[in-house]
Design a protein around this ligand. Structure first.
Ligand SMILES: *Cc1c(COP(=O)(O)O)cnc(C)c1O
Length: 452
């Protein structure tokens, strides 16, 4: 017994270090627990792959954000990071608003009881239907990304004889120094309105009887690990605010976006207090209503993806370890070259052996990365990808006819299955009614049915 413990010590130390990347995760007597739930037992009973989140970690992330930015700054959680209803409900209960990017996310936010006045509609491609629904719902604000979107919102608002509350999302031309696929604030990125065009466009908003100019918005990207890009972007927004106000235009609200990075095992994410300092320094003097839109920072470190080793393909430099989770379940490694920290759910000692962990999907991109801190893995071993609470389940697909995996929320020693695993039958049901329809029959009801 004692000997076994000795052997395992370095691995356990490693876990203690790694565990910091998932709040609430800790080694307890040779088992890895999320809060008070033994993840190996959970995985064995529910099957893998499965996402597991800590509700305490989510609450704590929200609280520390709120404390850092201050009571008077609204937090609108970016639903796209993880839109599971139970997670939205928990955040809504804590008083959090929501930043949505689609009608589907609006439906989700409303379903858990988020007051419409705490909902902000962002996104570069809102449809007429989505705009109409958001207007009828009475949301707080549209963050508008282009002149033509502005025209459409004005047109839909005119049809209802209402004024749509509009903030212009400005592209500050700042490099967030993140992965290029999650940078949004550089000239040439598809997001936002160029600074040079913002003044004229804002005047146009003010001149329309169907648009109400409420302020400006900015969001420079995601997994941002430095504060300098925020400082530069917010300073530009402050400058623009003063410029607009000088011409007599009202700028009451500033939406500062999200994007604060989390730990994926390398690099130190920006400290919330320092971020709040940047906010104060750059826009504090403007006396505007401030909103921030964190997504990843509220849920990313609160979740893990559990998976089981299926096969080992020995290789000279690093064994190939095939697990039952794939890029369809967790797309970030394939999409952004992200490397999620890994821990065994029953850590054991022995010499480390480098391995490449890969998924079962028929794509070379279905690879999670090279890991050097693990002992030789064996089929049946269960492992966890850490910091998988954001952009994990939310980005999952059914590629290779793989059902969407289950999601579980842990609270102390309790757990709830907050999404059950999809079945293949459910997947196939959408394809069941494939009879031919005649375009010449003028029967629109059939075509309409496709989109509903
Ligand atoms: C994605 C997004 C966010 C949240 O980004 P995180 O990196 O998850 O914090 C906030 N605002 C807008 C407009 C977004 O598109």
């Amino acid at each position: 017994m004692a000997r076994e413990k000795d052997i395992g010590r370095s691995e356990l130390g490693d876990i203690a270090r790694r565990s910091k990347h998932t709040v609430g995760l800790s080694p307890v007597g040779g088992a890895i627990q999320l809060e008070a739930v033994d993840l190996e037992k959970l995985a064995a009973s529910l099957g893998t792959p499965v996402y597991v989140y800590s509700s305490a970690a989510i609450a704590e992330a929200y609280r520390s954000f709120k404390i850092a930015v201050g009571e008077d700054v609204s937090i609108c959680y970016a639903v796209k990071a993880n839109g599971n209803l139970s997670i939205l409900a928990q955040l809504a209960q804590l008083g959090c608003g929501m930043d949505i990017v689609s009608g589907g996310e609006l439906e989700r936010a409303l379903a858990v009881g988020v007051p419409p006045l705490r909902i902000i509609f962002s996104g570069v491609g809102k449809t007429r239907e989505e705009i109409a629904w958001a207007l009828d719902t009475g949301i707080h604000q549209f963050n508008v990304e282009s002149a033509s979107e502005l025209d459409l919102i004005a047109c839909v608002a005119e049809g209802r004889n209402v004024r749509a509350p509009v903030a212009l999302r400005v592209n500050p031309d700042v490099d967030a120094l993140s992965h290029s696929k999650i940078s949004t604030g550089r000239k040439g990125d598809k997001f936002g309105i160029a600074l040079e065009q913002a003044t004229a466009l804002y005047a146009r908003v003010a001149a329309s009887p169907f648009l109400e100019p409420v302020g400006l918005a900015v969001h420079i990207g995601s997994q941002v690990m430095h504060l300098e890009p925020y400082r530069r972007a917010y300073a530009r927004i402050a400058g623009l605010t003063e410029e607009l106000r000088a011409t007599g235009l009202p700028v009451h609200r500033l939406d500062l976006g999200g994007g604060l990075g989390i730990s994926y095992g390398h690099g130190t994410p920006p400290d919330l207090g320092s971020y709040a300092g940047v906010v104060r320094d750059t826009v504090g003097h403007l006396c505007a209503e401030l909103t921030v839109e964190p997504g990843r920072r509220l849920v990313g470190e609160a979740g893990v993806l559990l998976t089981q080793v299926l096969y080992i393909k020995p290789a000279e430099d690093a064994d190939i370890v095939v697990v039952d989770a794939g890029m369809n379940d967790l797309a970030r490694p394939a999409l952004y070259e992200a490397l999620h920290p890994v821990t065994m759910l029953r850590p054991r000692g022995g010499p480390t052996r480098p391995c490449r962990i890969v998924g079962p999907v028929c794509e070379s991109a279905d690879a999670f990365g090279l890991y050097t801190h693990l002992p030789a893995l064996m089929p049946g071993d269960r492992i966890a990808f850490l910091s998988a609470g954001a952009y994990g389940a939310a980005m999952a697909s059914t590629y290779n006819a793989r059902p969407l995996v289950a999601e579980v929320l842990v609270d102390g020693s309790r757990y709830a299955i907050i999404r059950r695993r999809q079945t293949v039958a459910e997947m196939m049901a959408l394809e069941a009614d494939s009879r031919w329809r005649d375009m010449k029959s003028n029967d629109d009801s059939d075509l309409g049915a496709v989109s509903t």
